[in-house]
Design a protein around this ligand. Structure first.
Ligand SMILES: O=C(O)CCC(=O)C(=O)O
Length: 277
């Protein structure tokens, strides 16, 4: 018996590499989280900005709550079983009428794990559609191996290395249209990307990249894992994370710093250049 996902949704995840849309919280709650995020951006500009967008769930309690949201975690359990840890998170913000885009890529390429088989929920905190620059998935592409990525460091490409898979066959491209409070779930090996935001509002998506079962091991670098549910992982290097009791809870701020350094070492391993995110 599955907790949240239907049999056909689970089949769709395995066949196409994604599920969308799924309602997680109400539209009003999503807009309230967006307001909290924007207040936090004002109050702590050094901590949350376009270059400091990773692992915000480690030191902001309203995002920690989303990472542990029962509907999201139940959906994860339906896909990967009861023992779950979160690898990292990324707040993907595209400013109104901006050129920022995400090139075709496969998430698992630079995560340094010994498997590509894991899900990422992406929660819309504002409307995500063709005008605002929603994610587009190449249906079924998770079934082929990790493709060669070229690091471009292109200015408006908001991926770490501006990495891109050339010559993607876009015939099977599917746009994931989400209302605030809905999520999509995508597979670690699916080819996906997103176009610029041509609207007059921000496009904000919180990517919980990714929920991982303990059978999957970190083989590059030392990740700081967030324990979510079930049996804890063994490869946590002795750092049992405190969850933030409130935004910027001091102990969690220093934990996030360590997590950020480790994540950067993983994501930029062998890269010519390191960007700040
Ligand atoms: O937010 C976007 O447009 C892209 C996000 C993405 O690539 C991801 O969550 O894996």
């Amino acid at each position: 018996m599955h907790k949240v996902l239907s049999k056909s949704q689970i089949e769709q995840y395995h066949d196409e590499g994604f599920i969308s849309p799924l309602r997680v919280i109400t539209e009003a709650d999503a807009l309230s989280i967006k307001t909290q995020l924007e207040e936090a951006e004002e109050l702590y500009p050094e901590e949350i900005n376009a270059e400091s967008r990773n692992n915000l769930h480690l030191s902001f309690s309203f995002l920690d709550a989303l990472a542990h949201n029962t509907t999201i975690v139940d959906a994860m359990e339906d896909l990967i079983g009861p023992d779950i840890a979160l690898w990292a998170s990324v707040m993907f913000i595209k400013e109104p009428s901006s050129k920022q885009y995400v090139s075709w890529h496969q998430d698992a390429t630079y995560m340094g794990l010994d498997s590509v088989d894991f899900p990422t929920p992406w929660i819309a905190l504002s409307p995500s559609n063709i005008e605002t620059g929603c994610m587009t998935m190449i249906s079924g592409s998770h079934k082929s191996a990790i493709q060669k990525h070229e690091d471009t460091y292109a200015e408006n490409n908001i991926l770490t290395r501006g990495q891109v898979i050339p010559n993607v066959d876009e015939n099977k491209a599917v746009n994931l249209i989400l209302r605030p409070g809905e999520m999509s779930i995508h597979h670690g090996a699916i080819i996906h990307g997103s176009q610029p935001n041509n609207s007059n509002q921000r496009r904000i998506g919180f990517s919980l990249q990714s929920y991982i079962s303990p059978e999957i091991k970190q083989v590059v670098g030392r990740n700081i894992w967030t324990h979510i549910r079930g049996k804890a992982r063994h490869d946590v290097d002795g750092l049992a994370l405190d969850r933030p009791k409130y935004n910027m809870d001091p102990i969690t701020v220093s934990q996030r710093k360590i997590a950020e350094e480790n994540l950067s070492d993983i994501l930029y391993k062998g890269a010519k250049l390191k960007r700040k995110y």
